[in-house]
Every structure is written in structure tokens, then in C-alpha cells.
Design a protein around this ligand. Structure first.
Ligand code: GUN
Length: 295
């Protein structure tokens, strides 16, 4: 069994970004909008901010109360859209309400949409056209598998979860002409989920449900990618981060599997840094073609 470790792969990816940052002028600037006080969102934003700052980027944050009028969300996004000193804008999910969240994603300037959630960027991905921003978790999974020598062309990838953030963009990326996998997307209403998962060469769990995937969901020799980040409360009062996959039960049967933590998570924040760098290069007038492709 091969452990698809993400920390060192992320470090290597960031090491390769650094020379692109070492040019005169103002550094890239990434702005975060957080609504409410979801502790996981605070943790994720702090992690992204501190990584950006460790690379010499600037990070701005605005936190609005859960009951803030919608107008405040949209006027803040409009200010950042119009501010030439801001290169990337990230609306941390979840927002209070799926519909508001979709509208907030759509209100970010597509050229500053480093999360790749704007309909224009999702549309480019759906059309298999380069030039847009690709969501970070999808990129993270692709880079992680490539770095560990796992080929995807012709493989059957089964994705559990169809979110805007992970499942949908990942399905589009994997079935595109640069990757050429065959993709099945499963969700809550999929009939016989376990059998669908057993048909996977590469199983990607992005359901947000602790230990959903047990050993009878995985065929021998499969590659398993766990996107889940679930906090379990332990009987003694402690807390533990676990994935969507029951790692201990499944690992012995796999060809390769990602750990949680230390797998997809560190890769995702590294990919965000790559997207911010690209937004900054675009804002500095570099031609899209001269900027290294993100995948
Ligand atoms: N919430 C959970 N994951 C993400 C992410 O990748 N981006 C944003 N904006 N919010 C999230």
C-alpha cells in the first residue's frame, strides 16, 4: 500500500512558485470574506492567510456577522473587485444559505476568482477550455496523484459528492481531455452506493460524512482519495479530525490511499497559492499563455 502523502508534495509545489514571486513591485494580495463565526471556516482562513504571508503575499480579511444585511456582502465584494491592489478574492463557504452563497461566488470578478467558483470559471472548466481558474481541491487531487505516479487516463473514477466546491469541478477536470478518466458522480440518492464505489479504480470521497466509506465499498487494489475533514468528538472530551474513509480498515486493501490529515488538505492550500500567483500575474499584464498552466 502506497501512502499518498500531501505535505511534502505541497512543499515542493510551493518551492517551485517562489521564483515567480521574486520580482520587484507590490506582492500579490488575497482578500478573504467570512460570514458568521463558523470555527472550521476560521481555522481554514487562518491556515490560508498564514501560508500566503509566509510566501510574502498580503492577506486581507473582512468578517461579517451571520445576520449582516446582504448588501454588506455585495458592497465589500464590489470594493475588492474594483481595487487594483487586490488580486484574489475568496468567499469562505459556508455562507448562511446555499442560494446566497452561489450569488456571492458569482459576484466575485472572474479574474480575481482564485477559488474558481464563479459561473464563468466553472463554465470554462465544463467546456474543457483553458484560461479560467480551476477550483483548488480538484487541482490538489490531480497534482497529488500525478506526483505519486498514479495515472488516470482510461481509469474509472468514482466521486462521492457533487458540491460546487469539490465534486462537480473534480468530475469535469478528470473527464477533460488533459486527464481522460471515465467519471461517475454519486450522491445521496444514488442507488447501491457501495456497489458503485466497488466499481472504482480511483475512489474519491467528498461527502463530508465521517467514516462513510468502509472496506466493503472498496475493491482490492483501488486508489482511494479522502477529501473529508470531519471533527469527531471523543468520549473523553477531546476532538479528532477524520476523513470520509475508514482509513485503518481500508488501507490494507488499497493500492494507494491518502491520509487525513496530511493528504489532500495541504495540497489544496498550496493550489490556492498557485491560483493567487496566476491572478497577480494576469493583473500585471502577463499574457495568459506565458503563465504556467495550473494543470
Ligand atoms: N469551504 C470549504 N472548502 C472551501 C474552499 O475550498 N473554498 C472556500 N471559499 N470555502 C470553502
Amino acid at each position: 500500500m502506497q501512502l499518498l502523502e500531501g505535505k511534502s508534495v505541497a512543499e515542493e509545489y510551493l518551492r517551485r512558485l517562489r521564483p515567480r514571486l521574486a520580482v520587484p513591485g507590490r506582492p500579490p494580495c488575497l482578500a478573504f470574506l467570512r460570514v458568521g463565526d463558523n470555527p472550521a471556516s476560521l481555522l481554514y482562513v487562518n491556515r490560508k492567510k498564514s501560508l500566503a504571508e509566509s510566501l510574502g503575499m498580503r492577506a486581507l480579511e473582512r468578517q461579517l456577522p451571520l445576520d449582516a444585511p446582504e448588501g454588506e456582502i455585495f458592497s465589500q465584494l464590489a470594493r475588492w473587485n474594483g481595487d487594483p491592489a487586490v488580486d484574489g478574492i475568496l468567499v469562505q463557504a459556508p455562507l448562511p444559505g446555499a442560494e446566497l452563497q452561489e450569488r456571492a461566488f458569482a459576484a466575485v470578478d472572474p479574474l480575481k476568482d482564485v477559488d474558481g467558483f464563479h459561473p464563468r470559471n466553472q463554465g470554462l472548466l465544463a467546456l474543457d477550455r483553458p484560461g479560467g481558474f480551476v477550483p483548488c481541491t480538484a487541482l490538489a487531487i490531480l497534482h497529488l496523484l500525478r506526483a505519486h505516479g498514479i495515472g488516470l487516463a482510461g481509469q474509472h473514477a468514482v466521486i462521492i459528492g457533487r458540491s460546487t466546491i469539490v465534486g462537480r469541478p473534480l468530475a469535469l477536470l478528470l473527464q477533460g481531455r488533459r486527464v481522460n478518466a471515465t467519471v461517475t458522480v454519486c450522491h445521496r440518492q444514488s442507488r447501491d452506493l457501495a456497489a458503485l464505489c466497488r466499481s472504482a479504480d480511483v475512489l474519491i470521497a467528498a461527502a463530508g460524512s465521517a467514516h462513510l466509506v468502509g472496506p466493503d465499498w472498496v475493491r482490492d487494489g483501488a486508489v482511494v482519495v479522502d477529501v473529508g475533514q470531519n471533527v469527531l468528538s471523543l468520549p473523553g472530551g477531546g476532538r479528532r479530525l477524520v476523513g470520509d474513509v475508514d482509513f485503518a480498515a481500508i488501507a490494507p486493501r488499497c493500492r494507494a490511499i491518502t491520509p487525513v490529515p496530511g493528504g489532500v488538505g495541504p495540497m489544496t492550500v498550496a493550489m490556492l497559492m498557485g491560483n493567487v500567483l496566476r491572478a497577480w500575474e494576469l493583473a500585471r499584464g502577463m499574457a495568459v499563455d506565458s503563465i504556467p498552466q495550473s494543470y
